[in-house]
Write a protein of this length. Sequence first.
Length: 736
Amino acid sequence: MTQKQLSQLLSSMTLEEKAAQMTQLAPVNFGFNCITPLTGPDTGLRVHPKTAASIGSVLNCDNAEDMIYIQTEHLKNDPHKIPLLFMADIIHGFKTIFPIPLALGCSFSPDSVREAARIAAEESAASGIHVTFAPMADLVRDPRWGRVMESFGEDPLLNSQLCAASVEGYQGEDISAPGCAASCVKHFAAYGAPEGGREYNTVDISDNVLRNSYLPAYRAAIDAGAKMVMTAFNTVDLVPSTANKKLLSDILRTEWKFNSPVISDYNSVGELIEHGAAKDGYEAAEKSLVAGTDIEMMSTHFTNHLQELLDNGAITEQMIDDAVLRILTLKNELGLFENPYKDASADAETALHLSEKNRAAARRIAAGSAVLLKNDKVLPLNISRGSGKIGLTGPFAASPYILGGWSAGIKTGVSLYEGLCGKISPDAIHFEDCGDLGSCLSGNPDIPAPDKDFSARFNDCDTVIIAAGEHQDDTGEGGSKAFLRLSPNQELLIRQVHDAGKRVILILFSGRPLEIAPIVPYCSAILQAWFLGTESGNALADLITGTINPSGRLSMSFPYTAGQIPVYYNHFRTGRPLCSENADSRYVSRYLDCPSEPLYCFGYGLSYSDFQYSNLQIFPEDSAIGSLTACITASVTVSNVSDTDGCETVQLYIRDLSASIVRPVMELKGFSKVFLKGGESQTVTFRITKEMLSFYKDGRKTFENGSFLIMIGRNSSDTLNKELYITEHLFEKEIS
Ligand code: NOJ
């Protein structure tokens, strides 16, 4: 359709039809009996057949047959034959499930994220989905919050790069092309910072923190072309996001020039009433629309009140028309007026879903997302004849329920036991079922402890793999937790097996950093498996046996204890930082009973190779007196001093040593993954740009001359450092 035709269509619509276009419901809410996954409270909503005929979009219909049926029936009834837009939560894969986003964050690989999104788009487009509610760009610092699993982690730069890659993967070059879908970035804004990590709780952060830390990833997704934005459940500066004019109009539309639809989160228009930010549905509709919400998800305050609001002059027809035009434009960009079914086809579903090719990609990407946290020379396993059996136990050892949340389309993946049996002769594995051990919080708290003689069953093994962690349903939306330790019986099992003289290899399944300090001393190796998706067991077996060398690096810090939370690497400087000179003083910023640092920091992860860093060089050496240059660079030599080929993630951090506002102790400004053969060295060079040294202050991006500490290393607490004085004129010739 041309722009002119779209405008003509818009002007032929009644107000009632426009309001319905601005409404998204699940099929059951507007007259279809198809069962779709419920992703929020069941409000029992039903709409009048007249409204139903003009509804704009559908939530979470997940198969081609239902989609084709609903679209066909709808087109018979809609007075203007406007196709429905089908949207769903495709978060880390559709049928082929990839690692949870927090794990994908550990891959430090935009390519992997792009590829996972591409495959997810192809598989879901075959089932008739046009818009995916991903990526979740919410920065996270609090592992008590269940949805950290959906985030790429605690760092603005990593989060931004991976969100952009995700949008590119979902959308491809052209969202109307086969296998492409529109991407809806969420939850705007700062949903990842709920007080106390409690789901849906208040978010209260300063504007400087909002802009410097929380907003960049949403912005990156939008700059990558994301076609939709979802509001958040939380408040920002005490105004719920869905009615937050500063966020939706001033920042999103005016500053960032975003001109595609904004959708509310699930009933978040209606929840303005519960927030106490609107006294009734009339006011909730008014405030959301005026702030900049175009589509209302799973509530009907727009259809109920727009006429009255217009009659009372509380809103203008222009506001409604702008919103509807944005929706029609997106439908047009997807090519739905010409082909309302787009890629939906049962045959395409059969060909694409869980195809061998997709599973191979999932296995490779999963292996790149696990993080080796500890290794006392026990991994990779050396399985040679006569070396005894490998013990295997733990609640997740044979469990196929290791996909992670948001995998409603499919329930099970390859278990660790199955994966190991594909790599090692099953005869070489001694598996013992230990039961659930209370690994699921919502399960039975009286689960029996492992019996005292349990570990004696492994008398034919020196080494026992224990697959422990938290149940996948204990993470995700509504999955906040105050206690982050393994269940007492899992800890007991680990101690007992260790005390029986076995080397324990802990494979840790979780959707968040858990509090594992109490059991680290009892483990010879720890592999953080997160939830790696369909190919979990195969990917883990690849790593455990050394077919693949671990390369994941933590995208989120692991606390010693929940009492430290939030503990994140890029925290602000204080007036009394702890350092070697004041280590004996009481009056420094620290805990009396626990280190200030995390147990495992951002960027941390081991490899079977051994990498060394040397020769940090900055060019020009002293920029204050150096001649004008178009380029400041920092380089380091990375050497693989082992015999094992491996991949290292070289990380560039910068600290602004003095500024007009307090700046973080360090910020990731670049990273580079290098593959080094055993014995090989490589020089890795980063360009330092003005953008990297700039920050938001009072709503504006600013650069201030001064000294900066340039740090390059293997993780956020192990770097080579050099100080450099940098003035703005150095960048005058900067080539972008
Ligand atoms: C609520 C969640 O917050 C959001 O992420 C999701 O996309 C919607 N429900 C729809 O399922």
